[in-house]
Design a protein around this ligand. Sequence first.
Ligand code: FE2
Ligand code: FE2
Length: 356
Amino acid sequence: MKPDILDILISFSSFSIFGWMLEVSYRSLRNKRFVNPGLLKGPYLILYGAGALMLMGSVYLLQGSHLATKALVYLAITTGLELVSGFMAQYFFQVRLWDYSDQRFNYKGYICLKFSVYFLLLAFAFEYLVLPIYQDILIRVSPAVKGLFAGVTVSAILADFLMVSVKRFLSVTSGDEAMMETEFIKTARPLLEHPGVARLSQCEHHRGKTRLEHVKEVAYLSFLWGKRFSLDCDSIVRGALLHDLFYYDWLREGPRLHGFRHHNIALKNARTITSLSQKEEDIIKRHMWPLTVIPPRYVESLIVSLVDTFCCARDYACLKKHDKTAKATAVFVGYGHVEAVWQSNPQACPQGTDRL
Ligand SMILES: [Fe+2]
Ligand SMILES: [Fe+2]
């Protein structure tokens, strides 16, 4: 059977879920307690979904081939997939999903002969036992049901994967975290102490949040992303702290079309309190992109613009209830800790800067 895109998506989801059930049963029985395998939170293992798709393609292409040829291809697929995914999980997420180090004939604990043979047998079972039944069921299911199932499950898997990736991407060791906080404080403090910036605490910005809280939040989250991408974090912090430097209540007063104009007002105000680099100017000027058509010139500007949009959307969507003083969200947890460190160790921070 030649599958279409809907069949591919539905097969990926179905076998991801089936693989999860298989692994949960095996690991839970082995450990005599419930074990949720894999990197993601939901009941699916995308390794099995990807493996099933590759095997389905091979079965289709190897119709009529000798059993030995099939065995070689299936072995290459299952063992190769295991090796690549084990290595990627370790490299990108610092997670060891399985470890065959205690098995004979293993390679760095990612693959071993015993489990390669198991997966080869599983691949043949997949071809001769599972696939005929599965394809028979697939033909009977209406396209609407397939679409609904594929839409819900693929979206859930994708959202889960993105959330885990972002969380892992931003997570740091406690040692690195302390270093980054100190660096953030050193960069942010001179501007935050300036009366022109401190005055933002008097301005309401989003849903009970002051403008100062908003710019701090954008600056800290942008700083974390900047660190991950090895960007110019000084410019990110300074640009983000100044990106909404205006003092009117934009809901009740100020210029018409505030959304299209306030970046220029902020830039003008920022120039009066500090000297700005080209990059910092671009961060302030382009932070409303894509509302303002001209795109950012620097990756740093793009990061601040995206983080600003995310923070605004979160404030209005009320996904998490913000507590102005407590640590209610991940960003505020980070910044709240920064402020605590700052207050406990003010000497760590310079009292002025030649850039002010
Ligand atoms: Fe803004
Ligand atoms: Fe903003």
